[in-house]
Ligand binder design. Sequence first.
Ligand code: 6PG
Length: 233
Amino acid sequence: MTTGEQQPIQWRSLASAGQVARHAARMIGEAAGRAIEARGRFSLVLAGGTTPRELYRLLAQSDQRWEAWRLYYGDERCLPPDDPGRNSRMVAGTGLAALAGEHHPIPAELGPVAGAAAYAPTVGDALPFDLVLLGVGEDGHTASLFPGHHHPADTLVVPVHDAPKPPPERVSLSVAALAACRRMIVMATGAGKAEALRRWRAGEALPVAEVTAAARGEVSVLMAVPDDSSGIP
Ligand code: 6PG
C-alpha cells in the first residue's frame, strides 16, 4: 500500500468482456498469493451487478488456498437474501461464495440504515482490504455511490436511498472504506460504459473518479468498450 500519494491509474483496454474477466482473474489470483504469503489471508471486496459474474465463475474454477480467502461486498441491494436481484445471490450462483474460508454478505435485508450499521464493524475489522473490485455504472456510479448523493466522510458503510438504479434502497461501502485497500480493480465492459469512461478521463468528479482517486493502493481499470470511445489511446 502506498504511503498516501496517489499513484497514476493503469488504464487497460482489452478486446472483450471475456478478456477482462480472464485478466482480472489472473490479477486477483496473483494478489491473493502475495497477501496469503505476507499475512496468511486475502481480503477481497466483491463488485455487484452483472459485469463480474464471469470473473467469479473463473475464480471459482481456479486453484486457490480458499481457506485463507475472506469475501466482502462493496454494496448490496435492500432485498430479501434469496432475491435474484441480490449481489450475494449472484456471487453464490457462480460457486465462489461457498469456497471462501469467510464470506461476509451485507445484511441489506435489514434496510439501508440498519444494514449499514450492522456491516460497519465487519468492515472496520477487515481494513485495509487486500483488493477492492468495482464496477462502474453508465452515470459514473460505483458500488452504490451515485452522482448527487452525499455521505458523511467519516463513515465506513452508508445507507442509500433513492438510488437511480433499482432498487432504490441499498447499502454501500463509503469512499473511505473502498479506498482503504492495497489494490483496486475497476471493470467496465460494453458500449454503455463508454460515456462514463470518457467523462471520467475528462476529469469529471464522478463517484468512480472520487473512489479511485482516494485509493491508497494501485488502481487498474480494465475496459472492453466496443467503439473504444473512452478516449484511451
Ligand atoms: C450494483 C453494483 C453496481 C454495478 C454497476 C455496474 O449493485 O448494481 O454494485 O455498482 O457495479 O452498476 O453494473 P453492471 O456490471 O451490471 O453493468
